[in-house]
Design a protein around this ligand. Structure first.
Ligand code: ADP
Ligand code: MG
Length: 390
């Protein structure tokens, strides 16, 4: 449908939409410091404000920032006044540009990839940068009901008053349509097929009918959907071709080089460590490199020098898992060690991540330990620590 038909003036709304949208972004100022995991728009409110202040490029209708500023928010950069925007996503620039450009069209965005490739992470940051709110989220599971995509009812009200606007409970998608914002759908392929189908009408018509009230909600400009799906889930509930046509797909790759992956892990760990108020652990880089090397070699099934073939364990050994191995190690180092991240702090977590299947993975791990790790001259401490927990 042409965009000009969905302008704010022509939209028949059953009740006046409050402006600005009463979303989490508007209460972010009151979020206290002890929130365990602030939303992206809260944690990076400062950077988003800086970008908005410097952003003189055209913003698509409903967007808080221009596509250029959204891309800079994701990839990092320096503003004219010298202030720094930290990189959130480390990977090919083109891929981020395609994702951002897609959001400015009438097509939805599907982020596809193996676990731990930052699909959820990127979707949250995109929503935060484009709409200032990353919380309009539907989690896809085998039990996701249709109401999570359309709307539900407050049954007490419904019984007392009959169907009314007051008795209607908006889904995150309905809310995003009303306010012209980004809605997120996590793990799209895990949702039952008929719930996925509900999305088709919504994405193609940009309208959500409410027959009980004899009305409909027409999406305002700025509305779009970012969905994520796992490569390995393929076949659970294969996306119908009708739904797939509504999406531009961007495949998120595993980090290309070891240096990239080390940077991702170091940055994320430093940030997590700060928010958990772990004491700073200065010389952790060496151990981070080892975790990343082990993960990459086992994932690839060959050592970094290309000389030794390896068997791969059953787990994914994703970057996200490397981050959690190192973070746990830091907690050990901070509370039970001398504050410096050392091999014994990471050995336990690392072996736990590699050996998921106690039988087959243990064989793979032992072989790697004895044929690769043992022979590395500067890995003696790491070898010993791993032997102790293996
Ligand atoms: N290329 C990358 N750039 C930045 N962070 C990344 C990258 N790959 C992984 N990460 C980190 O790993 C984690 C990925 O987790 P998540 O987004 O939940 O993965 P997915 O949804 O793909 O399974 C995030 O904490 C993110 O910081
Ligand atoms: Mg995810």
């Amino acid at each position: 449908m042409p965009d000009s038909e969905t302008g704010p003036d022509t939209e028949p709304r059953p009740t006046p939409a409050p402006a600005p949208a009463p979303t989490s972004a508007s209460v972010s100022a009151s979020v206290s410091d002890d929130v365990l995991r602030p939303h992206a728009e809260q944690e990076y409110a400062h950077e988003l404000a800086l970008l908005a202040a410097h952003d003189d490029r055209p913003r698509p209708p409903g967007w808080r920032l221009s596509p250029w500023a959204v891309t800079t928010y994701l990839l990092g950069g320096e503003l004219p006044d010298g202030s720094e925007i930290t990189p959130k996503y480390i990977g090919p620039r083109r891929l981020v540009e395609v994702a951002v450009a897609t959001l400015a069209t009438d097509r939805a965005l599907l982020l596809l990839g193996v676990p731990g490739t930052a699909k959820t992470w990127m979707s949250e940051h995109l929503a935060a940068a484009v709409s200032g709110d990353s919380t309009l989220l539907v989690q896809g599971t085998a039990g996701t009901p249709e109401e999570a995509v359309r709307y539900g009812w407050n049954y007490a009200r419904l019984l007392a008053e009959g169907p009314s606007e007051r008795a209607l409970v908006e889904s995150p998608l309905m809310r995003a349509m009303r306010h012209g914002m980004v809605a997120r759908v996590e793990e799209l392929t895990r949702m039952p097929g008929d719930v996925q189908d509900t999305l088709i009408t919504l994405l193609s018509e940009k309208t959500l009918p409410v027959p009980e009230l004899n009305t409909e909600v027409q999406a305002r400009r700025g509305f779009t959907v970012i969905a994520t799906a796992n490569d390995r889930d393929r076949g659970v509930n294969e996306l119908s071709s009708a739904l797939r046509r509504r999406f531009n797909t961007v495949v998120l790759p595993l980090p290309e080089s070891e240096a990239d992956e080390v940077e991702i892990v170091s940055r994320r760990v430093a940030r997590l460590g700060r928010s958990l108020e772990l004491p700073e652990a200065p010389a952790g880089l060496e151990e981070i490199r080892r975790v990343v090397t082990v993960f990459r070699e086992l994932r690839a099934g060959v050592t970094a020098d290309g000389r030794t073939r390896l068997k791969s364990p059953s787990g994914t050994l994703s970057t996200a898992e490397a981050i959690s191995v190192v973070t746990s190690g830091l907690a050990l180092a901070a509370h039970f060690g001398d504050g410096v991240l050392r091999a014994p702090d990471i050995a336990g977590g690392l072996v736990g991540a590699v050996v998921q299947d106690p039988a087959s993975d243990r064989v793979v791990w032992q072989e790697y330990l004895e044929t690769v790790v043992r022979d590395r001259p500067d890995w003696a401490d790491f070898y010993r620590a791993c032997r102790e927990v293996s």
